[in-house]
Design a binder for this molecule. Structure first.
Ligand SMILES: Cc1cc2nc3c(=O)[nH]c(=O)nc-3n(C[C@H](O)[C@H](O)[C@H](O)COP(=O)(O)OP(=O)(O)OC[C@H]3O[C@@H](n4cnc5c(N)ncnc54)[C@H](O)[C@@H]3O)c2cc1C
Length: 392
């Protein structure tokens, strides 16, 4: 049971790493405790897998070292993955903001990766728990389902703990720590916010969505926000959640497309119109009602003073929400933080202090925006390690 590399985790990054290394003649063992590979790929992108983003650049990733991802992302690009998708005859489309999806099903991406692994001679062991890992004589000895397997290289590709009910674990962190690598505190990212009782009014808007600009510190996103029975979700909120820190406010611009003094211009044009009617030409009626109830402003535009209207508009353009928290790892699309990039070579993903140990994908402290960026990191980091794994 001797291999050139043992890869733990048959998800996006693990399969990319395995097929790349296998294609270069490496003898690879790919192991997963789940009974099927790529389960997160199957549920991704609403079942259609947003497999990459053509606007991928390192500044669309969060990491303690913002430069770390550049090398891998620059060497395995969205065009490279797209070429693979096209070679397999998978139809795709660009949805919005550079996000590429399958026309059919995410299953096609999993099947493609499994086929590539098989063609590259990768041995896949599924539904097998790893019970022990030891390192001696320059080799990793891994106990899997009661049998020992060994290789000079071990790749950690078990992802992060988001969505534990799908089998996600923090196992990569445990192994990394055991070999002396540091881990940046993992936290849920791309996750809905919960609202406190103070903002309970907004929970009644469950199902209402609006195009907004949301800001936290220097991060800002122009996308849809969705009110839920627990708080705030939708792409804009998921994006900003990755940056947000507890006990701070996020600011929402509910009127991102209006000119300054838009309400005054409306007053001149339609003085008899009620203020809430004017605003609900841009925002859903129920949301307008909830916001104006908070401001406590009623009446026709013509009867309201200019400074009151300016005040309303600036309030709607800079609305603070103080989330009580997030829905946590149970609902987080990804985990931010993870194995510290200080520990790894950005070119090969190999641990500097523990030669032969590699970490790729979500297990590493590199977290993408919503929109195909996380898979692109999984492919790029998997490829970087896969092309670097040494042979005999
Ligand atoms: C609902 C949802 C939708 C998403 N949609 C998108 C999208 O459309 N586009 C996008 O870019 N990203 C999306 N993501 C994020 C994306 O799925 C992840 O970033 C990506 O899967 C990470 O790849 P990975 O290989 O590092 O980890 P994973 O794909 O999570 O793979 C890790 C593998 O390791 C296995 N494993 C875990 N612990 C152990 C253990 N102890 N022993 C053995 N095996 C283990 C798991 O079973 C799993 O197969 C989505 C995530 C979720 C939850």
């Amino acid at each position: 049971m001797s291999y050139d590399a043992i890869i733990l985790g048959a998800g996006a990054a693990g399969m990319m790493c395995a097929m790349t290394a296998g294609a270069q003649g490496r003898r690879v063992l790919l192991v997963d405790h789940a009974d099927a590979p790529g389960k997160k790929i199957l549920i991704s992108g609403g079942g259609r897998c947003n497999f990459t983003n053509i606007h991928t650049t390192a500044d669309r990733y969060l990491s303690a070292n913002p430069h770390f991802a550049k090398s891998a992302l620059g060497r395995y690009t969205p065009a490279d993955f797209l070429a693979l998708v096209e070679r397999h005859g998978i139809a795709w489309h660009e949805k919005t903001l550079g996000q590429l999806f399958c026309d059919g099903s995410a299953r096609q991406i999993v099947d493609m990766l499994v086929e590539e692994c098989a063609a590259a001679g990768v041995t896949m062991l599924l539904a097998q728990a790893v019970s022990d890992i030891a390192h001696r004589d320059g080799r990793f000895h891994v106990m899997i389902g009661g049998k020992e397997h060994s290789a000079p290289a071990l790749v950690l590709a078990t992802g992060g703990p988001s969505i534990p009910k799908m089998g996600a674990t923090g196992y990569a962190y445990d192994v990394a720590r055991r070999f002396g690598l540091s881990v940046v505190q993992p936290r849920p990212a791309l996750v809905p916010f919960t609202l406190s009782d103070e903002d309970a009014l907004f929970r009644d808007l469950s199902g209402v969505s609006a195009p907004v600009e949301v800001r936290w510190n220097k991060a800002r996103f122009r996308e849809a926000a969705l009110f839920t029975h627990r708080g705030l979700s939708g792409p804009a909120m998921l994006q900003i959640s990755s940056y947000w820190q507890h006990r701070t406010a996020i600011c929402v611009n509910f009127l991102p497309d209006t000119e300054r003094d838009w309400l005054l211009a409306e007053k001149r044009k339609r003085p008899q119109a009620a203020v809430h009617k004017a605003i609900s030409t841009l925002l859903p009626e129920r949301l307008t009602e909830a916001l104006l109830a908070r401001i406590d402003l009623r009446g026709d535009l013509g009867n309201l003073r200019d400074d009151a209207l300016r005040g309303v508009q600036s309030k709607l353009a800079d609305w603070p929400f103080m989330p009580s928290g997030t829905e946590g790892f149970a609902k987080a699309e990804v985990t931010a933080g993870g194995i510290s990039t200080d520990e790894l070579s950005s070119r090969t993903m190999e641990a500097k202090r523990m030669p032969g140990l590699y970490a790729i994908g979500e297990a590493v402290d590199v977290t993408g925006w919503l929109g195909g960026y996380n898979f692109q990191w999984a492919w790029a980091s998997g490829w970087a390690a896969g092309t670097s794994l040494p042979g005999n």
